[in-house]
Design a protein around this ligand. Structure first.
Ligand SMILES: *Cc1c(COP(=O)(O)O)cnc(C)c1O
Length: 510
């Protein structure tokens, strides 16, 4: 049995402990706990030594794959290297020990961070103001849509209940619209992978709240007709929502505000330094153009005429500033989270922006695009490239050119899933697979701006090697990964029927 086959409970030996505490000679500490609340029998915890515990969890942690251990070319979900200095800054005790109900006078520095990063992001995106209250990208989408709905409703325009979403959109877009109570209308992509303007025109009318787009879109392609799309949508009274989860390719190059977008969200946990994946804290700040500022959620940070910083519209902070009563925020779309969102994520983003600086920020988008095009051009003789144009930060293959079907024992060729599994054997995380849904064998690659040419070359070599393996011996790919602790779990079962309890057979305790 290997270490990863065992649970910590299975290392248990009766009487073994990892600590020894001196008996308290002064008081019987159980005295203060009412009898009815005390355990009748000791908890069935594993009885293990300290070294067993340390080795078990260290070994488990090393089974994980992350950006700190290897290249992670996940498309549409920017997984770039996160500078460790920003972790250190977020770890400063003064920041870690904050309480959300602290009087504003004791957290002036924190409020200043909100105030300053609002200005930085507004400049980078061409928006007027941001809220940092949403805690994830999808949460930002919902917030943005609530703002759009509020705008229409307060103008007495209550018929606008439909949102247009392209067929290439990230799955959270239609989901957020549905959660917001809006109806989703799908606009088709044309053969070039861009929004089909002719398909869009007949969808527009006085029932359209707006359109949700990402530009570059999820195929990594720049929507060249964006100004016309903006004119058309604005022309029918709708608003433009920009999904800026992966904003890195545009940073310093182009601004959604200049393209005509009215509302957007960013994922600070993708493009602005906080690591993502694994369910850690996120942040999906929402930026709006000038006319939508009154509808931003509360609470908000403002600079007072005296030059200090204050929080307005904070629930429970006194009658004059409760959400509904606050004069300043009477048109707000409401509250979307407790307090001001995940401050430490905001802080990392602020440190990141300052560290990169105005000069270098212009490089990010260009390097992200250069890296993606380099990988795309290097691999297009081995993988099907359905849309061959120059891409931005990411691109999509549609499976292998030669999938080896004639050589497979079951007559079926190697799939995108098989390529992804085989990559693990060579020490690379798989790209995004089977998304976007426009292609059957989608393999979506985003190298990001932080990877060196050497890393990209190593990835390209392995991808080519896998393509040769597929053509010559597809069965090899179908049984991959071969060098991992487990090969191919039943993914549905693994996700739906997680076993979170351990039953001790001897004592039958759970
Ligand atoms: C990741 C992502 C989202 C959703 O962000 P979450 O923080 O996971 O909710 C939305 N749109 C796009 C394009 C994304 O890549």
């Amino acid at each position: 049995m290997k270490y990863y086959d065992k649970l910590i409970f299975e290392f248990s030996k009766k009487g073994r402990t990892g600590y020894s505490l001196r008996k308290n000679e002064w008081t019987d500490s159980t005295d203060s706990i009412p009898a009815g609340l005390r355990r009748s029998a000791p908890a069935a915890l594993p009885q293990v030594s300290e070294v067993d515990v340390v080795r078990h969890y260290t070994n488990l942690s090393q089974m994980n794959f992350g950006v700190d251990t290897g290249f992670y070319p996940l498309g549409s979900c920017t997984m770039k290297y996160n500078p460790k200095i920003n972790e250190e800054i977020a770890g400063i005790r003064g920041f870690q020990s904050l309480h959300p109900l602290q009087p504003a006078s004791t957290v002036q520095g924190v409020l200043q961070v909100y105030y300053e990063i609002d200005k930085s992001l507004a400049e980078l995106t061409g928006m007027a103001h941001f809220t940092f209250n949403p805690c994830a990208g999808a949460h930002g989408e919902l917030t943005g849509l609530m703002i759009m709905r509020q705008y229409h409703l307060l103008r007495g325009d209550s018929k606008r209940t439909k949102v247009i979403v392209p067929d290439s959109a990230h799955g959270t877009n239609p989901a957020s619209a549905a959660v917001c109570g809006l109806e989703v209308i799908v606009v088709k992509s044309n053969p070039d992978g861009l929004v089909d303007v002719d398909d869009l025109k007949p969808l527009l009318g006085d029932d359209i709240a707006g359109i949700m787009l990402t530009n570059p879109n999820t195929l990594g392609l720049f929507e060249k007709e964006i100004l016309e799309i903006a004119n058309l949508v604005h022309g029918c009274g709708g608003l433009l929502y920009y999904d800026g989860a992966n904003m890195n390719p545009l940073l310093g190059v182009a601004r959604p505000g200049d393209m005509g977008f009215d509302v957007l969200h960013l994922n600070l946990h993708k493009s602005f330094s906080t690591p993502h994946g694994g369910g850690g804290p996120g942040s999906g700040p929402v930026g709006v153009c000038e006319k939508l500022v009154p509808y931003l959620p509360v609470p908000r940070v403002v600079k007072t005429s005296a030059g200090s910083f204050a929080v307005i519209g904070r629930a429970g902070a006194g009658k004059s500033s409760t959400v509904k009563n606050a004069e300043c925020c009477s048109e707000s779309a409401g509250e979307v989270s407790g307090f001001l969102g995940n401050f430490l994520v905001t802080l990392r983003a602020y440190a990141y922006i300052l560290m990169i600086g105005k000069q270098n920020v212009k490089l990010l988008g260009k390097l992200a695009s250069l890296n993606a095009n380099y990988v795309k051009e290097s691999l297009k003789d081995s993988y099907k490239l359905p849309i061959p144009s120059v891409c931005k930060h990411e691109f999509v293959f549609d499976g292998l050119i030669d999938d080896g079907a004639s050589k497979a024992s079951d007559g079926k060729g190697a799939t995108t899933l098989d390529v992804a599994k085989r990559l693990l054997d060579y020490g690379f995380h798989a790209p995004t697979i089977y998304f976007p849904l426009l292609f059957h064998q989608a393999l979506m690659i985003e190298p990001t701006e932080t990877e060196s040419k050497e890393t990209l070359d190593a990835f390209i070599d392995v991808m080519k090697k896998i393509a040769v393996e597929a053509a010559e011996n597809p069965d090899l790919l179908k049984t991959a990964p071969r060098n991992m602790p487990i090969s191919r779990p039943d993914e549905v079962r693994a996700a739906r029927y997680t076993i979170l309890k351990y039953q001790d057979e001897e004592t039958n305790t759970i």
